[in-house]
Design a protein around this ligand. Structure first.
Ligand code: FMN
Length: 340
């Protein structure tokens, strides 16, 4: 084998494991989780992340019914024999989905790891725990992390202000939130929001987390089941390319900047603005149209500030390899150089 061939071979070799309390808890090689994502968290993406040594997550409510979720779990099993999880997001809604039935589908399917997110997960956590399922609860505040720890969850995923989705109302960025949580939370904890490369992974470990959770970065991968134009929007946007909406309604959400989210911000700025004024713009179904057709002005797209670090659309395996290799280099070469 020539030196060049050997180099290529070496490039492709799976990097050494990065072992943390979280990787040991869920049985994965690298402490990298793909967070639950509405319309994106399907078998193609979850299986690719798990096959690459991370933890892929199917998003329960992306499936139109509990039975469809059972089928999606089976489909994911045909694509990977590695551990993967299912996300159950509990949000306030006029017409709540049948949460208990989705939960039953997850339990009946023999899923071993669940990510819960949103409001009052108690009933769900209790049932999952009774069935021996590992529960990772995603939240946005130290106090909520501590209350879910008391509730009996096995790990916390803590989302900083940078994140796509719902960052909560406290506006605490990861640089403070992660160590503040690490000082108090005893169970394994992964850091979420704003992560996209090896530097972020090492930083999260340094701040006291046991790994990272990524959403936006995984949307801009070959396997993410969304339109190429939606992926390109993430690549084209920089770190300023998000809007915070629903602040006045105390249901703050961080979404990608486009004509629709700009309009929502403008309408909600009026002092007497109500949800009804923007309801026609923010429907989940329209966000789905954006993701599936690539019509960038069709609705909202969830995306975080980490867009400023996303410059390409690699395969999940390439991305994972890159993040882990970069993390090894920082830990083994850059950081030791500062000592002595
Ligand atoms: C397109 C998209 C959809 C999302 N949908 C959900 C969801 O349904 N449930 C949930 O708990 N989090 C959801 N999130 C949040 C992610 O799971 C994760 O917490 C967040 O993206 C982390 O921040 P990052 O985007 O900076 O990595 C979504 C994120 C994105 C980008």
């Amino acid at each position: 084998m020539s030196t060049a061939e050997a180099l290529v071979q070496n490039e492709k070799k799976a990097p050494q494991r990065i072992k943390t309390r979280f990787t040991e808890l869920v049985g994965i090689d690298y402490p990298i989780v793909q967070g639950g994502m509405m319309w994106v968290g399907r078998a193609e993406l979850a299986a690719a992340v798990s096959n690459a040594g991370g933890l892929g997550i199917l998003t329960a409510l992306t499936q139109p019914s509990p039975d469809a979720l059972r089928k999606e779990i089976e489909r994911c099993r045909t694509m990977t024999d590695k551990p993967f999880a299912v996300n159950l997001t509990i949000l306030p809604s006029m017409n709540p989905p049948p949460y208990a039935e989705y939960r039953k589908a997850i339990i009946d399917s023999g899923i071993k790891i669940v990510e819960t997110a949103g409001h009052n997960p108690q009933e769900h956590v209790a049932d999952f725990k009774e069935h021996g399922i590992i529960v990772v609860h995603k939240c946005t505040a130290v106090r909520h992390a501590l209350s879910s720890e008391r509730m009996g969850v096995d790990a916390i995923s803590i989302d900083g202000f940078e994140c796509a989705g719902h960052p909560g109302e406290d506006d605490i960025p990861g640089l403070v939130l992660i160590p503040a949580a690490a000082d108090k939370v005893k169970i394994p904890m992964i850091a979420s929001g704003g992560f996209g490369d090896g530097r972020g992974l090492v930083a999260a470990l340094a701040l006291g987390a046991d790994g990272i959770n990524m959403g936006t970065r995984f949307c801009a991968t070959v396997e993410a089941p969304i339109h190429p134009k939606a992926k390109q929007l993430i690549v084209d946007n920089d770190e300023r390319g998000t809007n915070l909406i629903f602040r006045s309604l105390r249901n703050t959400a961080r979404v990608g900047k486009n004509s629709v989210s700009d309009k929502v911000v403008e309408l909600l700025r009026k002092p007497d603005a109500k949800f009804e004024d923007v309801a026609h713009l923010v429907k989940g179904a329209q966000g789905r149209v954006l993701l599936e057709t690539g019509d960038i002005d069709a609705g909202l797209i969830w995306a975080g500030q980490v867009q400023g670090l996303i410059r390409d659309i690699p395969t999940v395996a390439e991305l994972m390899h890159r993040i882990v290799t970069e993390a090894h280099e920082i830990i083994q070469k850059r950081l030791p150089g500062f000592v002595g």
